[in-house]
Structure formats: structure tokens, C-alpha cells
Design a protein around this ligand. Structure first.
Ligand code: HEM
Length: 361
């Protein structure tokens, strides 16, 4: 058996050079040693792979038609063996992806890892952030219940306010005057084909650029100190990554067990007494739009498009505006303050939107 294994190994080695590949993948030096702070990117890849697997399993039963989407989702929940678990894992996995993308962005921001020579890694990362949010938005419609239908209606109305491309984007996504079969078909194709393809391509580019520039490493310590503590990617960082993936898997599974997905009534163009509301990670924006300054046509444009758009542009420009090579966050008070204000702002707005919802219920 061993001899056969050796023969197969030698055969492949001779053709593709497994040793060089292994050296490239596993022997990447990490200045200053392995850290828990570096696990977020790998955990994001793990969550994405699990989303792809659970998503494919769901597609064995889900029917992307306005007449059958709701019934097929109910069938998955109530009739298919472990269907409720797969769907609930997929649902909580999407929230975990958003939480992890914020954790990863915070880590690279606080560690100053966006600075020269990693500007391109940061820019591709921002595109990946957009894809993660687009996954959440398009997936939300697929169960075709009241929550799905109305969150999408409100979301598309908000997009409509974008200058120049808004009208086209809203018409393209809706595919008709009100959300219907065309909307569902388009959201489905975007969710299961366009976004996964784009994410795989961009994540590959992100990793290629990351490997070309090399990991930023800790923000403190002299080059000699860092060199003395250097680890290879394998085994210490790999084990930390695997442990973090295990913990995330357990958390998502537990959430799926204690809070499984339940649908509201089937989508109708009449909201009845249902208050339309987006998924929790868009709630901060929803809450912002409740402020008086953001009421009216212009106010809504300001709150929903102009401010988030300018914020994203600022993030794009960040590595080019902040050219100071200092990476130690304790010596970058403005960066620390900006990060804290954004995080506290998003948390306060999200919590107040949730409290507001309970009050309305
Ligand atoms: C699906 C989303 C993403 C995936 C799968 C992903 C994956 C990764 C991985 C595996 C690494 C290498 C190790 C690490 O530090 O974790 C990495 C590094 C990096 N990522 Fe991401 N990332 C994503 C989104 C983002 C976003 C949203 C940003 C920022 C806007 C970003 C910016 C960076 C930067 C600057 C590095 C270099 C870190 C360093 O050198 O220490 N990434 N990413």
C-alpha cells in the first residue's frame, strides 16, 4: 500500500512539483510569529466554502419561481431530512460572514496593513466587502415571504435614488413595475452564479496580491526582534486558523439549532400590518433614514446614497491619503478615533433599530 502511495506521489511530483507547491503554500514566513489576530481572512474563506456547500444542497430542492419559491422553501424546512438545519446554517452563515468581514477590515485597519505596499490588497478587499453585502441583499428575497418581498422593495427603492445609474439599476433588478418573477429570477442568478464567480476570482486575486506583498506582521518591534520570532505559516498559524474555523462552525450551528429559520406568510403586494425591514446588517442605515434630517426626497438621497457612497470613496482613497508609514495604532490617534466612532455609531444605530422594532411589535 505504502509503495503504491509512494508511486502515485512520485508520479504527481514529477509532473507538477508538489514540493515546490507545498513550500510556497506552507512555508510562507510570518514576521513576529503567528497570531490570533490573523485568523479572520482564513475564517472568511471557510465561511464562504460552507455557504457554497449548503447553498448547493438547498438548490437540490429550491425552485426559483414566484409560484413555487415559498412552497419549496417550506418543503425544505418541514419535509426534507435536515433541510431546516441546512437552511438555518446558510442563513446564520451569511450573518457570520458580515461580522467576520467587519472584524477582518478592523484588524487590517488598526494594524495599518492597508499602507504601502498593500494598497492593492486593500482595494480588492473593498470590492470583496461589496460582494459580501450583495450576497446578503440578493439572498434575502429568495424565500419569497413577506419579509423577503418588502425588504427588497424598500432596498430597490433606495437604489433608485442613486444619481445617473439608479434608475437603470432599479429597473434592471426589478425587471417590471413591481417585484415579481423577473425580480426573483434575476436575484437568483446574481446570488448563485454571478456573485460566487466574482467572489472566487477576487478572493484569488486578493490572496495573490497578499502573498506578493507579504504579510504586514505586527505593528511594534524592531526588524531584528521580528526576524527572531518569525514562524512559518505551517504549523502554528494553520492550527490557529483551524481552531478559529471550528469555533465559528460551532457558533453558526448552535444559532441554527436554537433559532432556526421560520418564514412569514407568502409574499403579496399588500404589506397588511407588516412593517418592512431589511436584514440586521442593513438596519443601521434604515435607522439613520428615520432621522428627521433624512426625510423627504433629498434627505433620503443624502442618508441612503450620498453619505454611504462618500464613506466608501474615503475608504478607497485611504491608502493614498494616509501616507505616513507609522503602523502602530497607539501612535495613530486620529485613525483610532475614526474607527471607534464608526463602530460605536453602527452599533448604536443597529441596537436602537432593534429596540424600535420590539416597540412596534
Ligand atoms: C470575502 C472577503 C475576504 C476574504 C475571503 C479575505 C481573505 C484574506 C486572507 C486569507 C488574508 C491573509 C491573512 C489575513 O490577514 O487574514 C487577507 C489579508 C488582507 N485582507 Fe482580506 N479578505 C476579505 C475581505 C477584505 C476586506 C473587506 C478588506 C479591507 C477593505 C481586506 C483587506 C486585507 C488586507 C489589507 C490584507 C493584508 C493583511 C496583512 O498583510 O496583515 N480583506 N484577506
Amino acid at each position: 500500500m505504502n509503495a503504491l502511495f509512494q508511486q502515485v506521489y512520485d508520479f504527481v511530483e514529477e509532473r507538477i512539483g508538489l514540493k515546490t507547491l507545498e513550500a510556497k503554500l506552507m512555508k510562507e514566513p510570518i514576521k513576529g510569529g503567528s497570531r490570533w489576530a490573523y485568523v479572520f481572512g482564513s475564517v472568511l474563506l471557510f465561511i464562504f466554502i460552507m455557504q457554497a456547500i449548503t447553498g448547493m444542497l438547498l438548490m437540490f430542492y429550491y425552485i426559483p419561481s414566484a409560484d413555487h419559491a415559498y412552497a419549496s422553501t417550506q418543503f425544505i424546512i418541514h419535509e426534507v431530512d435536515y433541510g431546516w438545519y441546512i437552511l438555518s446554517y446558510h442563513f446564520w452563515g451569511s450573518s457570520a460572514m458580515v461580522v467576520m468581514v467587519f472584524a477582518h477590515m478592523s484588524q487590517v485597519f488598526l494594524w495599518g496593513a492597508y499602507k504601502k505596499p498593500r494598497e492593492m490588497v486593500w482595494l480588492v478587499g473593498l470590492a470583496l466587502f461589496g460582494l459580501v453585502m450583495a450576497f446578503g441583499f440578493t439572498g434575502y428575497l429568495l424565500p419569497w415571504d413577506q419579509r423577503a418581498y418588502w425588504a427588497t422593495t424598500v432596498g430597490v427603492e433606495i437604489m433608485d435614488k442613486t444619481p445617473v445609474i439608479g434608475d437603470f439599476l432599479a429597473r434592471f433588478l426589478k425587471g417590471g413595475p413591481t417585484p415579481g418573477q423577473m425580480t426573483l429570477s434575476r436575484f437568483f442568478v446574481i446570488h448563485v452564479m454571478i456573485l460566487p464567480g466574482a467572489l472566487m476570482g477576487l478572493a484569488g486575486l486578493h490572496l495573490f496580491l497578499f502573498r506578493s506583498a507579504g504579510p504586514a506582521g505586527p505593528f511594534r518591534g524592531t526588524p531584528d526582534e521580528l526576524k527572531a520570532k518569525t514562524d512559518f505559516f505551517f504549523p502554528r498559524q494553520v492550527w490557529k486558523d483551524i481552531m478559529a474555523m471550528g469555533v465559528v462552525f460551532l457558533i453558526i450551528s448552535t444559532l441554527a439549532l436554537i433559532e432556526p429559520v421560520q418564514l412569514l406568510e407568502q409574499a403579496t403586494p399588500d404589506p397588511g400590518d407588516y412593517h418592512p425591514e431589511p436584514e440586521w446588517y442593513f438596519l443601521f442605515l434604515f435607522q439613520l433614514l428615520r432621522w428627521k434630517v433624512f426625510s423627504g426626497e433629498f434627505g433620503q438621497f443624502l442618508g441612503a446614497i450620498a453619505i454611504p457612497g462618500l464613506f466608501m470613496l474615503l475608504l478607497v482613497a485611504l491608502p493614498f491619503i494616509d501616507r505616513n508609514p507609522e503602523r502602530n495604532i497607539f501612535k495613530r490617534p486620529i485613525a483610532l478615533l475614526c474607527w471607534a466612532v464608526v463602530m460605536i455609531g453602527i452599533t448604536v444605530l443597529t441596537v436602537s433599530a432593534i429596540l424600535n422594532r420590539e416597540f412596534l411589535d
